[in-house]
Design a protein around this ligand. Structure first.
Ligand code: AMP
Ligand code: MG
Length: 340
């Protein structure tokens, strides 16, 4: 959740305002818009309304909620009058911080998913992820293993204390920190999608959630999965989704190169290095937060372990391997567009 330059956000908003498209047929028409300013990504909203003003109202509410959630879950920036996750990280080892219930919900969910994924996703991995983040941002060498080892002593999820009664969050050791990058965008997208009327689609930088079918008679939304080799071109796989979420974790989303080797942003807690199994993993399921957690978890796990995990949690998955071959669960194959 790096900060988005305000000028760029404004420019995109202006462009987005011109993006609304309406077909010339009677009945509900299709509208779309996009905005920056949350979760370090472009968020698109698509929906069908009889009236453009009604669509704009829905899209503005969605934007306001997305930005509000971004600020609560932000670990990089402070906002006047708001206790967010950065406040909690800054107060590690010092004092509990009273926070919005949605922060407590997200953190409790993260603790639960640490257990469910066997530690593959750990929201207390902040000290390790900060080292990788800083070395990447500064385009430096690969972080020394001693530095990573030292930081790993401060990544125990047991030191994250949620007190529901007091409404507080506390990290027990100074130097501990939360990083909710693996799940916050999916969690927020799920909340925003739930606030949308039927027949809307939300796409937060590849975290896609459909709430009901498109109101143009089609029996599914077509969701493309990005080719890890080419950012702009045709999707490598297209799915037909009637409802729910599709979330992808990929090595192309954030990386830097040292001596010709690319180092990306998803860290295997076992090695403290970028996970090295796949180019991308997509997870399809009813719940956006779960799909987000699982796409990160599966990216760090051998295929057999990941497959057992998605099956146990009632989701489907698509793995793009390092040789660009594609593997998927039977349920994912069943929703390929045109059965391709
Ligand atoms: P995603 O794109 O959803 O797979 O999330 C990637 C982001 O999650 C990274 O930018 C980090 O902020 C964070 N992250 C990376 N590896 C892990 C991990 N093993 N456990 C928890 N969070 C992680
Ligand atoms: Mg994720």
């Amino acid at each position: 959740m790096d900060a988005v330059p305000v000028r760029a956000a404004k420019a995109l908003l202006l462009a987005a305002a011109c993006l609304c498209v309406a077909a010339c047929s009677p009945g509900p028409q299709k509208y779309g818009t996009a905005f920056l300013g949350s979760f370090d990504t472009t968020v698109q909203v698509v929906g069908y309304e009889a009236d453009e003003r009604e669509f704009s109202r829905v899209a503005e509410d969605a934007q306001a909620l997305m930005v509000e959630l971004h600020r609560l879950f932000d670990i990089y920036n402070s906002y006047p009058g708001l206790s967010n996750l950065k406040t909690v990280n800054d107060m590690a080892g010092k004092a509990p911080v009273e926070v919005d219930a949605r922060i407590l919900d997200l953190v409790e969910y993260g603790i639960q998913m640490h257990a469910q994924t066997g530690g593959a996703v750990n929201i207390a991995l902040g000290p390790i992820l900060k080292i990788w983040h800083d070395y990447r941002a500064e385009g430096r060498e690969v972080p020394p293993s001693e530095l990573l080892e030292e930081a790993s002593a401060l990544c125990d999820i047991g030191g994250v204390r949620v007190d529901r009664e007091a409404g507080t969050l506390f990290l027990t050791e100074e130097g501990m920190s939360l990083d909710v990058g693996a799940c916050a965008k999916g969690y927020a997208s799920g909340l925003v999608a739930a606030s949308l009327p039927e027949g809307y689609l939300l796409n937060a930088g590849g975290n896609v959630v459909a709430s009901g079918l498109p109101a143009d008679g089609r029996d599914a939304w077509e969701i493309g999965i990005q080719n890890p080799e080419t950012s702009e071109e045709a999707p490598i796989v297209t799915l037909a989704i009637t409802e729910g979420a599709v979330v992808t974790s990929g090595d192309y989303q954030r990386s830097y190169t040292v001596d010709g080797v690319a180092y990306h942003h998803i860290i295997d807690p076992a090695t403290l290095m970028p996970a090295d199994y796949f180019r991308s993993v997509s997870v399809i399921g009813a719940d956006s937060a779960l799909c987000d957690v699982l796409s990160t978890a599966l990216f760090t796990l051998p295929k057999e372990l990941g497959e057992a995990l998605v099956r146990s949690l009632d989701c489907e998955a698509i793995w793009i391997l390092k040789d660009m071959s594609i593997e998927m669960t039977d349920g994912a194959r069943a929703i390929l567009k045109d059965g391709a």
